[in-house]
Design a protein around this ligand. Structure first.
Ligand SMILES: C[S@@+](CC[C@H](N)C(=O)[O-])C[C@H]1O[C@@H](n2cnc3c(N)ncnc32)[C@H](O)[C@@H]1O
Length: 194
């Protein structure tokens, strides 16, 4: 099973991923949805309107070029992080974003609060806005599991191989996920939508 999309060239999960020939740019399995989308507009696509929480682990500055190269699209860190923040602020639902200290000035400036969290063993920040509660636990996986117990449908607009959606599905909940990379869509179609 595919686990995590990192920008490391040695990322075995990405190396082992394939692009399905029959994958469309929009895949639906009942109420679970995954589609290709590049974050770069002020507001989120309408599909995310059914979500009651947003959870995202966006690319860090060091990975942005690699993710853009893989998808054949130009991605720059500052426009990307600013778009993520605008999307979250306009959505007006509880939003949790895992990023590094590098994003701190952008998130804090937009009114996000933060706690320390471990992402794949590394020190990170969980930035939060429109939230009433702070997740318990030390890791990003703990946070997703905690959110999946409280919310019905997670939205993740840089979903990679879909860890957030997978944990929500395991708890019988729904997801709306998008990414710029067709391999992510293929992996999610195979592992979470059949
Ligand atoms: C750190 S990975 C996410 C990992 C994910 N949580 C998982 O379970 O695999 C960041 C993702 O952001 C995506 N991405 C980068 N730039 C993007 C953009 N402008 N719009 C949407 N997705 C983007 C990348 O393709 C990558 O899959």
């Amino acid at each position: 099973m595919i686990h995590y999309m990192s920008a490391l060239k040695s990322n075995k999960d990405y190396q082992g991923a394939e692009t399905l020939e029959d994958v469309e740019s929009y895949e639906r399995d009942g109420s679970r949805i995954m589609f290709l989308n590049m974050i770069g507009r002020m507001r989120l696509p309408v599909e995310f309107a059914q979500c009651d929480v947003l959870y995202v682990e966006p690319s860090w500055r060091s990975g942005v070029k690699e993710f853009g190269k893989r998808a054949g699209l130009p991605v720059e860190f500052i426009p990307y992080i600013k778009s993520i923040i605008k999307c979250a602020v306009y959505a007006q639902i509880p939003t949790y974003i895992v990023s590094g200290k590098e994003g701190q000035k952008f998130f804090k400036g937009a009114g996000f609060s933060s706690i320390d969290i471990l992402l794949n063993g590394g020190k990170s920040k969980l930035y939060m806005i429109n939230h009433e509660v702070v997740p318990e636990g030390e890791t990003s996986m703990d946070a997703i599991e905690w959110l999946a117990q409280r919310y019905s449908c997670v939205g993740d607009f840089s979903c990679g191989f879909g860890r957030s959606g997978r944990i929500f599905k395991e708890q019988g909940k729904r997801f709306v996920m998008s990414d710029i990379n067709k391999k992510c869509l293929s992996a999610i179609k195979m592992s979470l939508m059949s």
